[in-house]
Structure formats: structure tokens, C-alpha cells
Design a protein around this ligand. Structure first.
Ligand code: DMJ
Length: 919
């Protein structure tokens, strides 16, 4: 391929759409031939509507960026609920997530090239000046090498790329002299010590000031890194080398990639999730396309695009073949074991894999891209956002959503490849959901729980770097952007690098690995690029016909869990393997199967291994669910209008908010604030929701005091300053060991940080109205402009207690979405766990204490792909129980899961040894 080939053919950041005349001609033919089908397809979107949506994206960006600049800058990120900057060390640590924060104004740097894409050139110029004036890259702080590379180095390089483009145009940035590139180079040198390992794989973390080795560095003892962490450097490092002529960066990144390639599992051609940076041994041998691996694959293909080096394409194609052979189980993408790739390693998928359809478009494999994208869209339609993890039957596995952009990215690429207006409608839904559920007065807040609609006090920088770029570009026409986007490639953080780098300052070490250099003509790229020439023009209904069978995949699918379970053997009459979720300790047949596992054949051994892994997963999932029974406190009065939703812990007494009820009222502080004696200000709390501080007496005692004073509900606020549901596990407020039936009002618990949001609002606005529920009530974005809180008309009084004006208790039964309303009552809450003996003790309810059985009410055992009515009913019931009542009772079984696992621990060890031996 020609040296410039990297920038041609597949090289453009966005695949070329088919020539319009061809599209139009073929579409016209189909219109005549298949009008009825065509009308079912997405209608084309008018230019006006696209412009309107584009403008909406601009307004949303202004809201996010403006609030960051006004309330957080120069901090790394905005905390949109408390409306201030997140400064590392000043907030409770969130663990690894904080490794992206280096006190270098992360969000500003990550936003630089977004400003230019969104045509905010003046703001870009200001932002660059601020970066040059304020940003210090020499802080004594330990950061992630991966995050610093993709967000900061990538941000500086993207900013530089567009700064020189603007300068050349002659209007803006005329003063610019490569200062961002100088900063990028300085940062590049700071990252290089991380590569000081025998393997050439970088350490995962580095101290910006002290590097790796010095004792002050507080890092350098790690032995493992993720594959994506070591394999997502080549674009930024090669760009840095080629922009500056310092070849060392590209060489280091290539060396790390070469090492990973050598270490691939040779029989499956897959890579694991984590690798030992010294020995090169795989530490985690599961393999997927999501968390931990994702951008390794992305960078192989894009390195080929940017650098025109065939070896990267060969590697990518080899891996891609393995992915499609083992991991892709359309429409699912499921992790497998690298050495036993027919064995699924998980029963759930993570949200990061949503980038993969976009990568498939770049590869030119449109059909599976459409399928997976559609499956993901169905999940989004069900939960408003893509939960961080969801099961193979589309239940929430991990309910958080930090405003990730991957799905928007894939939507953009699919639209560019197919021209199908359906993808514009998808983008419109994303915009609506962001405004409806994530927008808060001071920016956009991550979802803490997509089921309750509660928020987390975080707005990650990638939201500005990626989400707004992809959404804006989705609706933009060529003339809406001040430069040709197709001259650039998107990094994994959506930073733009110019394709002309392919011919500049090439590293002498490896120009091209093909032995013979052959000039290829354009026909060689016909099958490697998104093949719009044969796809869309020949069949305008292509994308729709692939999507259609998947339309109901989420709501109506058979709850089979894992799809591929050695289907051939079942068809031939063999019994399907026992799955952990179906296991019943009282079933003699199941016990017989267990005995056989690991004994007879390798198939039984595989079943045994999988069974035990599923048991472990199920157990930890159940523990997570038992410990996290979230409720929502939604601030509905002005200026919040329901836009701020706080995660709250429930009580084991009082009104059960999970039973389709909610309580709404103004808040008032009780006196004494701890609520441990009769209130001295009953007139202030009567008919209101009383705020009480945690501590000094039992929760139930506080509840009785505020109830006696006439309160209609209570919120206990943690007295432990700085505590937050971001960092501490939620718990249930236990009763006092006596009968608590006399407590009728609902009680919720807020950690200190969430509680201060209510207290601060009360100080500032005097009248603060909240809604206590198990799930945030829908907000109408128009309310803000109309300046009126939730209409009272949609609430129905259900309380047995007298209610004061301005407060109500609401039965939501008739307001639920159809999917919920058809499901009947959720099961009763579990009996209260053993009452706390010490005063004010919270109860973490463990599965064994609950005497619960995770196996009941889960997926039925249908494995034949046929949906029965019973299957569907059970599935719906299971879904409802899990979604609406995370504290669900699992019923009684003879043997708690913990003891089963204990019985099996020796066997688990044996299987692990067996795995090692095989490797
Ligand atoms: C971004 O920082 C990048 O896209 C990265 O590759 C992984 N995902 C986050 C956003 O979700």
C-alpha cells in the first residue's frame, strides 16, 4: 500500500457516505417496489430538524462547559450536584477512577478540540490561552498512564492539530506557535519512565513529578496492567513523534504493542484482560471487547489507518477473526476464556463494548454492527441509559451510568456508513434522555442508578471530549463544520489527529512490515472500508431488515441467558448443562449432576468450572444487590424542578416506598436536630418531611419523634462529615428490635454529602420540596422554562395519615410504564434483619442472614430458543422484582449459597490449578 495509503481509502476518520445520486436512484426504485415496507422505515429527517437538534447539542455543551468553567475550573472536573470543582485529595477517594485526575485542568484540556468541532473558535482561542497560562504538568500526583495519555496528551495534540489548521486558515490563532505541542512533548517525556520494564509494557501509574522509581513517587510496585492500558498509546505517541521528530515515543508504543501481540493466546488469537508487565503472563484470562481490552483493538485498526503500516492491519484482522468466531454471539458480545474460547466467561456485558459497532463500521463489517447496536439501543430504551453492566437477558447488572459516549460514537459511525435516518432518531433519543434525566442546574450528572434515576456528583471529562462531538457531528452537514472532519482520525477519546501524519517523520525502526512494498490502487480498499458502495445504494432497507428481528429482543426475548451452549448436543437429545442460576440444592437430579462434574469427561469438567464461576458471580451479585437497595430523594422545587436526584438508603420500618408509593413534601429541620427527644419545633415540621441528624439514638426512635410532631416523612442525614454514596456502600436503617408497626411515615437515609445538598438548598431557597420514592419521577424539561414545579394534579393521596397542604403521598400504580404496570405487585420486602443491638446501628444485610435463595425467581431453564408464555411471565416477574425492589426476598431454600460455595472451594482451587497446567 502506498505510504500515503494510510490517509486514503479506509483512512478518513469517517467513512464516506455513498454518492447521493446513487442512493436516490436506488431508493426511488425501492419506493416503487416496496412502498409499504419503506413506510415502516425511519422517515428522512428534514434539514431544519437536524439543525434544531444540532443547536440543542450546542446549548447542552454550553451548559456543561459553562458550568465547569464558572464553578470548577481550574479543577480537573465539575461536581455538578454540589456545583464545585473536584480537587483530588479534597474529596473522599473513589479509587482507580481518581487516577485520571492530575491537577492539570483535565476537563479543559479534554474539551479543546470539541470547541472547534462545535464551531466555537473564539472560545477555543480563550481556552488554549488558559491552558498555556494555568496548567502545570509537574504535580506531585500519581496518575494513570492510560488516562493521561488518551485524555491529556490526546487533548493537547488534538488542540494543537486544530490550532495549526485554524492558523493556516488565517483568521484565528494567528499568535499560536506550537505551544500546545511543547506541552504535549513535556508530558510525553514525563510518561516515558513508565516504560522502564523488561517487557516494554508500561507501568499502569506514574507520578507526574517523581516518575516511577524514586521513593517519593509512591508508585512502581505494581505488577499488572490492563491490555487496553498498555495497548492504547500508539496514536498519541506516534503523533507526538511525527509532529516533533522525536521518534522515541512511537518506538516505545510500538514495542508495547509488539509484546502484546507476541503474548496473544496462540490457539485462539485472543488476549486476556490483564497482563503481568514483568513476566508477560496473563493475569486475567478472560477476553472480550469491553472493559480492559476495548481500545487495544481499536488502536490496531486505527494505527493502520493513521500510520499506513500493514502489520497493524494484519494483527487487527487476526484478532477480529477470533472475536467474530468466539466472542460475537449476535447480537451479543460475550467474554470467553482465551484458552477455552468456546467457554463463556461471563453472563453479562459491560457498557464499554458499545464502541465496538463503531469499530466494525471502520472495519467494514456493517451487519453485526447494526445488530449489536440495535440490541444496545433496546437496552437503552428500557433503562434510559446503558447501565455499566447488563445481563444476557438484559437485566441491570451494575446500575451506574457515568454518561459514557460509546453508544453515541457507534450511532454516529453507523449513520455515516448507512445514511439511514433511523440513527438520527436514535441520536435524538439520546439527547432527550440526557436532558430529561441527567441534566441538573449545574451541568450534567452521572447516573448513580439507572433504575431509580438517582445521580452521582460527577461529570467526567470524556463527556465533553466525546459525547458532544459525536452528537453534534451526527446532525451536522459538511458545511456546518469549519474544516473537513474526514482529514482526521478520532482517537479513543475522540481527539482529532490529522491523517497527513502518515507521511511525516516516519520512525526508521518500522516503516512497513511487508517484505515487498507494493503500490496499491484504490480498488484494494473496496472491501476494507465500510462498504457503502455495495451496501446502502443497493438496498436502502438493508439496515432496517437487520434491525427488525431485534426490535423486541430486550422485552420479548426468551430468558436463555447465555446463547451458545453447545447447541448441537442439545439438538441431538443430550441434556443441557446445569446452570448456577437454575440450581436447587434440594433437587436430587441437580446434586447428581454436581457429583459428576469434573469427574467424567472434559465437557463435564467445563460445565463444573463454569458452574462454580457462575455461583461465585451470582453470590457476589446478590450481595451487591442486598447491600444496595437504593431509594431516591428528588428535589422538585425551584430551581431544581426534579432535576437533582439523590441516592438514599431505605428503612426496615415505616412506609415501604417500594410498593408503588411516594411521599412529597417540603423539608424542615427538626429540633433537636438529632431527633432523639420530643421535638421542640413541632409547628415547623408538621405536614413536612423532617430532616434529622444521624446518631445518639436509634433510627426508629427518631422516626417516632418526628411522626409524633406531625411530620409526613423523615430524612436522616449522616453525621459523618464527607461521607457519600459515591464512596460508601448504602445500607438499610434497622429497627430497634421491637415492634415498629406504629411507624407509618417513610424514612430515608442520606450520606452527609447528599444531605448537604438539601441543607444548602434550604439555606439558599428557604422552601425546598422533595419527593421520596423508589424511583425518580419523570421530569419534564419544559418545566424549567415554565418555572413551575411538578403539577400537583398527577398525584393521588394514599396516606392514612392526615396530610398538610403542599404535601402528598402518591400511588404510582397508574403512572407506571406499561412494562411495569402489567406485572402485579412486587413481592413483600424480606422480614427485617436482626434488630441492631447498639443504638443507631445500620444493618448490612448479608444473603445468609436473609436466609435467601438467589436461585428462585431467576431465569427459567428454557434452552431451546422457544419462548413459552410461562417463560415470559417468569422473566417479567424476575425483572420486576429485581428492578423495582432490589431488596427482594429470594424465598427459603435449604442450603444458603455461601455454604454451597464453601463446600466447593477445594474443587474450585483444583480447577484453577488445572487451568494453569493447561497453559
Ligand atoms: C473514554 O475515556 C475513552 O473512550 C476510553 O477509551 C474508554 N472509555 C471512556 C469513556 O467511557
Amino acid at each position: 500500500m502506498s505510504e500515503a495509503g494510510g490517509g486514503r481509502g479506509c483512512g478518513s476518520a469517517v467513512p464516506q457516505r455513498a454518492p447521493w445520486n446513487l442512493v436516490a436512484t436506488t431508493a426511488a426504485l425501492y419506493l416503487v417496489m416496496a412502498t409499504s415496507v419503506w413506510t415502516a422505515a425511519a422517515a428522512p429527517m428534514s434539514r431544519e430538524e437536524k439543525q434544531k437538534l444540532g443547536n440543542q447539542v450546542l446549548e447542552m455543551f454550553d451548559h456543561a462547559y459553562g458550568n465547569y468553567m464558572e464553578h470548577a475550573y481550574p479543577a480537573d472536573e465539575l461536581m455538578p450536584l454540589t456545583c464545585r470543582g473536584r480537587v483530588r485529595g479534597q474529596e473522599p477517594s473513589r479509587g482507580d477512577v481518581d487516577d485520571a485526575l492530575g491537577k492539570f485542568s483535565l476537563t479543559l484540556i479534554d474539551s479543546l478540540d470539541t470547541l472547534v468541532v462545535l464551531n466555537k473558535t473564539k472560545e477555543f482561542e480563550d481556552a488554549v490561552r488558559k491552558v498555556l497560562r494555568d496548567v502545570n504538568l509537574d504535580n506531585d500526583v500519581v496518575v494513570s498512564v492510560f488516562e493521561t495519555n488518551i485524555r491529556v496528551l490526546g487533548g493537547l495534540l488534538g488542540g494543537h492539530s486544530l490550532a495549526i489548521m485554524l492558523k493556516e486558515k488565517g483568521e484565528y490563532m494567528q499568535w499560536y506557535n506550537g505551544e500546545l505541542l511543547q506541552m504535549a512533548k513535556q508530558l510525553g517525556y514525563k510518561l516515558l519512565p513508565a516504560f522502564n520494564t523488561t517487557s516494554g509494557l508500561p507501568y499502569p501509574r506514574i507520578n507526574l513529578k517523581f516518575g516511577i522509581r524514586k521513593p517519593e513517587a509512591r508508585t512502581g510496585t505494581e505488577t499488572d496492567t490492563c491490555t487496553a492500558c498498555a495497548g492504547t498509546l500508539i496514536l498519541e505517541f506516534a503523533a507526538l513523534s511525527r509532529f516533533t521528530g522525536a521518534t522515541i515515543f512511537e518506538e516505545y508504543a510500538r514495542k508495547a504493542l509488539d509484546f502484546l501481540w507476541e503474548k496473544r493466546q496462540r490457539s485462539s488469537n485472543l488476549v486476556g484482560v490483564t497482563i503481568n508487565i514483568h513476566t508477560g503472563d496473563w493475569v486475567r484470562k478472560d477476553s472480550g471487547v469491553g472493559a480492559g481490552i476495548d481500545s487495544y483493538y481499536e488502536y490496531l485498526l486505527k494505527a493502520y489507518v493513521l500510520l499506513g503500516d500493514d502489520s497493524f492491519l494484519e494483527r487487527f484482522n487476526t484478532h477480529y477473526d477470533a472475536i467474530m468466531r468466539y466472542i460475537s454471539q449476535p447480537p451479543l458480545l460475550l467474554d470467553v476464556h482465551i484458552h477455552k474460547p468456546m467457554l463463556n466467561a461471563r453472563t453479562w456485558m459491560d457498557a464499554l463494548l458499545a464502541f465496538f459497532p463503531g469499530l466494525q463500521v471502520l472495519k467494514g463489517d456493517i451487519r453485526p454492527a447494526i445488530e449489536t447496536h440495535e440490541m444496545l439501543y433496546q437496552v437503552i430504551k428500557k433503562h434510559n441509559f446503558l447501565p455499566e453492566a447488563f445481563t444476557t437477558d438484559f437485566r441491570v447488572h451494575w446500575a451506574q451510568h457515568p454518561l459514557r459516549p460509546e453508544f453515541a460514537e457507534s450511532t454516529y459511525f453507523l449513520y455515516k456508513a448507512t445514511g439511514d435516518p433511523y440513527y438520527l432518531e436514535v441520536g435524538k433519543t439520546l439527547i432527550e434522555n440526557l436532558n430529561k434525566y441527567a441534566r441538573v442546574p449545574c451541568g450534567f450528572a452521572a447516573m448513580k442508578d439507572v433504575r431509580t434515576g438517582s445521580h452521582e456528583d460527577r461529570m467526567d471529562s470524556f463527556f465533553l471530549a466525546e459525547m458532544f462531538k459525536y452528537l453534534y457531528l451526527l446532525f451536522a452537514d459538511k458545511e456546518d463544520i469549519i474544516f473537513d472532519i474526514e482529514d482526521y482520525i478520532f482517537t479513543t477519546e475522540a481527539h482529532l489527529l490529522p491523517l497527513w501524519l502518515s507521511t511525516t517523520n516516519q520512525s526508521t525502526s518500522k516503516k512497513n512490515t511487508t517484505s515487498e512494498y507494493i503500490e496499491l490502487d484504490d480498488s484494494n480498499f473496496d472491501w476494507t472500508c465500510p462498504n457503502t458502495q455495495i451496501l446502502f445504494p443497493n438496498d436502502p432497507l438493508y439496515a432496517q431488515s437487520i434491525r427488525e428481528p431485534l426490535k423486541n429482543v430486550v422485552d420479548k426475548s426468551c430468558p436463555r441467558g447465555i446463547i451458545r451452549v453447545r447447541e448441537e448436543s442439545f439438538r441431538s437429545g443430550a441434556k443441557p448443562p446445569l446452570r448456577a442460576r437454575d440450581f436447587m440444592a434440594t433437587n436430587p437430579e441437580h446434586l447428581e449432576i454436581l457429583k459428576k462434574m469434573g469427574a467424567a469427561s472434559s465437557i463435564d469438567a467445563e460445565d463444573g468450572l463454569r458452574f462454580m464461576q457462575e455461583m461465585i458471580e451470582l453470590s457476589s451479585q446478590q450481595q451487591k444487590e442486598q447491600q444496595l437497595p437504593p431509594r431516591a430523594v428528588q428535589v422538585v422545587s425551584r430551581p431544581f424542578f426534579g432535576r437533582v436526584v439523590l441516592t438514599a438508603g431505605p428503612a426496615q420500618f415505616g412506609l415501604d416506598l417500594s410498593k408503588h408509593k411516594e411521599t412529597r413534601g417540603f423539608v424542615a429541620s427538626s429540633k433537636p436536630y438529632n431527633g432523639c427527644s420530643e421535638l421542640t419545633n413541632p409547628e415547623a415540621v408538621v405536614g413536612k418531611i423532617a430532616l434529622i441528624q444521624r446518631g445518639q439514638c436509634m433510627f426508629a426512635e427518631k422516626a417516632r419523634h418526628i411522626q409524633n410532631a406531625g411530620a409526613i416523612g423523615g430524612i436522616v442525614i449522616d453525621d459523618n462529615e464527607g461521607s457519600s454514596s459515591d464512596t460508601a456502600p448504602l445500607f438499610q436503617m434497622a429497627g430497634d428490635g421491637k415492634d415498629t408497626d406504629d411507624i407509618k411515615i417513610p424514612m430515608l437515609f442520606l450520606f452527609s454529602k447528599e444531605g448537604s445538598i438539601i441543607l444548602d438548598a434550604l439555606r439558599e431557597y428557604e422552601e425546598v420540596e422533595v419527593l421520596l420514592s423508589d424511583k425518580a419521577k419523570d421530569r419534564d424539561p419544559d418545566m424549567e422554562s415554565e418555572e413551575q414545579p411538578f403539577s400537583d394534579g398527577d398525584s393521588e393521596n394514599q396516606s392514612t395519615e392526615p396530610l398538610a397542604p403542599g404535601s402528598q403521598e402518591v400511588d404510582l400504580a397508574d403512572q407506571e410504564s406499561p412494562e411495569d404496570s402489567s406485572l402485579g405487585s412486587p413481592p413483600e420486602s424480606p422480614p427485617a434483619a436482626a434488630a441492631g443491638e447498639a443504638a443507631d446501628e445500620a444493618t448490612d444485610v448479608s444473603p445468609s442472614e436473609q436466609n435467601s435463595d438467589p436461585l428462585e425467581n431467576h431465569e427459567p431453564t428454557s434452552l431451546d430458543g422457544e419462548c413459552t408464555d410461562l417463560d415470559n411471565q417468569l422473566q417479567e416477574q424476575s425483572e420486576t422484582e429485581e428492578d423495582s425492589n432490589p431488596n427482594v426476598s429470594w424465598g427459603n431454600k435449604d442450603q444458603p449459597i455461601d455454604s454451597i460455595l464453601a463446600d466447593w472451594s477445594e474443587d474450585i482451587e483444583a480447577f484453577e490449578m488445572m487451568e494453569k497446567d493447561e497453559l
